[in-house]
Write a protein that binds this ligand. Structure first.
Ligand SMILES: Nc1ncnc2c1ncn2[C@@H]1O[C@H](COP(=O)(O)OP(=O)(O)O)[C@@H](O)[C@H]1O
Ligand SMILES: [Mg+2]
Length: 160
């Protein structure tokens, strides 16, 4: 299932992410791709909100790659901005982190992980289309719980 959504503000991006968060289950990996300032960290905050995590706890870390947050389920926030290759990521055990557990795992700069990403991950790609505009493409497995997200996110649909 691929959805093309339009965000007109940081609040929209947060809300789209929160709605996706409601469909997530433990073990899910959400792979975020987009330029600096595209809204990846904002999206992490929205997913966190759905899991009961206060938005101000989720930050853009300068040197920390993996941050765990208590939530229902817990959220593992991964930012691989400072990693250059999938091999380097595996070297610090990120493959294990992604192989998951009871947590939802959200990865910023996910394209750097290449084949370390599970094939059934949820992929979210951001394109900056204006000062406050972002085009957000969400690709998720064809599962009932993601149909729920499709219905809930309809008002952000970019389809003409
Ligand atoms: N529609 C939008 N969605 C998300 N962020 C937006 C939007 N419009 C403007 N912004 C701004 O873009 C920046 C996004 O920052 P951030 O979420 O940290 O991006 P990233 O993690 O991708 O680098 C914030 O300063 C935010 O206010
Ligand atoms: Mg970020």
């Amino acid at each position: 299932m691929i959805l093309r959504l339009h965000s007109g503000s940081p609040d929209d991006t947060f809300e789209i992410a929160r709605l996706l968060g409601l469909s997530l289950a433990p073990g899910d990996v959400v792979a975020l791709t987009g330029d600096l300032g595209a809204g990846k960290t904002c999206f992490c905050k929205g997913i966190g909100a759905a899991l009961g995590i206060p938005p101000d706890r989720i930050v853009s870390p300068t040197f920390t790659i993996v941050t765990e947050h208590e939530g229902k389920p817990p959220l593992v926030h991964v930012d691989v901005y400072r990693i250059d290759t999938p091999g380097e990521a595996a070297g610090i055990g990120l493959d294990e982190t992604l192989a998951g557990s009871g947590a939802v795992c959200v990865v910023e700069w996910a394209e750097k992980l290449g084949e370390l990403l599970p094939t059934d991950c949820i992929r979210v790609t951001f394109t900056i289309s204006g000062d406050d505009s972002r085009e957000i493409e969400v690709s998720a497995p064809d599962l009932e719980r993601f149909s729920g997200f499709r219905d809930r996110s309809r008002r952000f649909s970019a389809r003409r």
